[in-house]
Design a protein around this ligand. Structure first.
Ligand code: ARG
Length: 419
């Protein structure tokens, strides 16, 4: 016990946290109002982790630390609805099977820090075994390590042999992933278990996937009554539900079952986009990652069967994203970071703009819309009484969306992380 306390206090003192949640006066070039797209010349007063006021007339006071950021445009901290922080992203192919969950959690600490340094102040981790995501979330919340505020799913639910199971090991190993559950009652128990061990939301696999062995993108996983059991049990516990789905039938079934977001949504059609709109479901489409998988995947040890599936789905996903944008569907910024190195999440912005969004819409997807999907009302805006999650970039992101790839200033919960 004593050794544990020593270790924890060492960790707490060894991490370089710049400043603490005191009073700050941020004095930038301008502030981007992400609701209207207006650029405002104003200062921001931050006290105890909250935005207290936005104004130009502040009295100087001794305990107010002034931070001059004359070149920077401030905007709310960015959010990503779909990341995988746990694990070493450099491991190739089968090497991943030999990574213990202790080791993958330690890499998660590094990945979380890289993500926060890149300006992402709240992210959703969708799928981790052994509740290592819960541990990471707790350590970040206690400021023992640096990272974004996390919403975590714990083990993702999936059918035996589906995308959320591990299908690489033969029968001899008797290995199934933590979240495998078949039939409504097994499923309900798994949801309850996830809640018990600290998950904030439920992720489940509604179709096959690109990176799994022996699964088809078009094949639905789980029956309608199984999906309904997931949603019913999760919503009863105030947990949102994120459904991984590439194929149209699985997307439709998940929406009809009442999920809150469809992840990937690659082969969605116009009719189903309308269905998502009427049901208030967010589309969480990772429109950058395909370039990484097809460009770097072979070198990274991604097997040919996965590259082949990616070739079938990558371009269609972007075309369908464009349709969803045109139809004014609810879209959140979601990258699947973890397939590629963490901290590069913002690369996706220019793809969202290339495929139909205005820069302001892309920024809203990563601020206002994510806050709404996450069910956290006081994040995603630079506004009085909101959390002081604030970033700064050179130039005007409405003119050059790639400025978000080089975030110069990061404040999370009122703590200066990067300056
Ligand atoms: N985790 C996802 C899967 O294996 C990645 C899909 C990436 N491809 C894409 N076009 N979004 O299915």
């Amino acid at each position: 016990m004593r050794a544990l306390i020593c270790l924890i206090s060492f960790l707490i003192t060894a991490i370089p946290i710049i400043g603490s949640a005191d009073s700050y006066l941020l004095n930038p070039k301008q502030i981007l109002d992400v609701e209207t797209g207006k650029l405002i010349q104003s200062k921001v007063l931050v006290t105890d982790g909250k935005i207290m006021a936005i104004s130009n007339s502040f009295k100087a006071s001794e305990d107010l630390k002034v931070i001059n950021l004359p070149d920077l445009t401030l905007l709310p901290g960015l959010m990503d609805a779909h990341v995988h922080l746990i694990g070493n992203t450099e491991l190739k192919g089968m090497e991943r099977l030999s990574e213990s969950s202790y080791l993958s959690t330690i890499y998660g600490v590094k990945n979380a820090q890289d993500t926060l340094m890149a300006g992402f102040t709240t992210v959703r981790n969708v799928g981790a075994s052994n509740y290592s995501d819960v541990a990471l979330k707790q350590a970040i919340a206690k400021l023992a390590v640096l990272g974004p505020t996390l919403l975590v799913s714990g083990p993702p639910l999936g059918i035996t042999g589906g995308h959320c199971d591990n299908n690489t090991l033969p029968y001899d190993f008797k290995h199934g992933d933590d979240g495998v559950a078949d039939g409504p009652w097994e499923i309900r128990k798994k949801v309850r278990e996830n809640r018990k061990y600290g998950a904030d939301l439920i992720k489940f696999c509604a179709t096959g996937g690109v990176l799994s062995k022996n699964t088809n993108l078009g094949t639905t996983q789980y029956t309608a009554d199984e999906m309904e059991a997931i949603v019913d049990e999760a919503h009863n516990r105030d947990m949102k539900v994120a459904a991984h789905a590439h194929g149209l039938d699985g997307i439709k079934a998940a929406i009809l079952a009442g999920v809150d977001s469809v992840e990937h949504a690659s082969l969605i059609d116009e009719e189903t986009i309308e269905l998502a709109k009427t049901k208030g479901v967010f589309l969480s489409m990772d429109v950058y990652v395909s370039d990484f998988i097809l460009g770097e995947g072979a070198k990274q040890g991604i097997p040919e069967y996965s590259l082949n599936k990616e070739r079938q789905v990558g371009k269609k996903q972007r075309e369908n994203f464009q349709k969803a944008v045109k139809a004014n569907a609810k879209i959140v910024f979601a990258t699947d970071a973890g397939i590629y190195p963490h901290g590069k999440n913002a690369r996706q912005f220019k793809y969202m703009v290339r495929w139909g969004m205005t820069p302001l819409q892309a920024i809203q997807a990563a601020t206002i819309n994510t806050a709404s999907l996450f069910g956290v009302p006081n994040i995603g805006k630079i506004k009085e009484s909101f959390e002081a999650d604030i970033i700064g970039v050179k130039g005007n992101p409405l003119e050059d969306i790639t400025s978000l790839e080089a975030v110069e200033f990061v404040m999370n919960n009122g703590i200066v992380i990067k300056q």
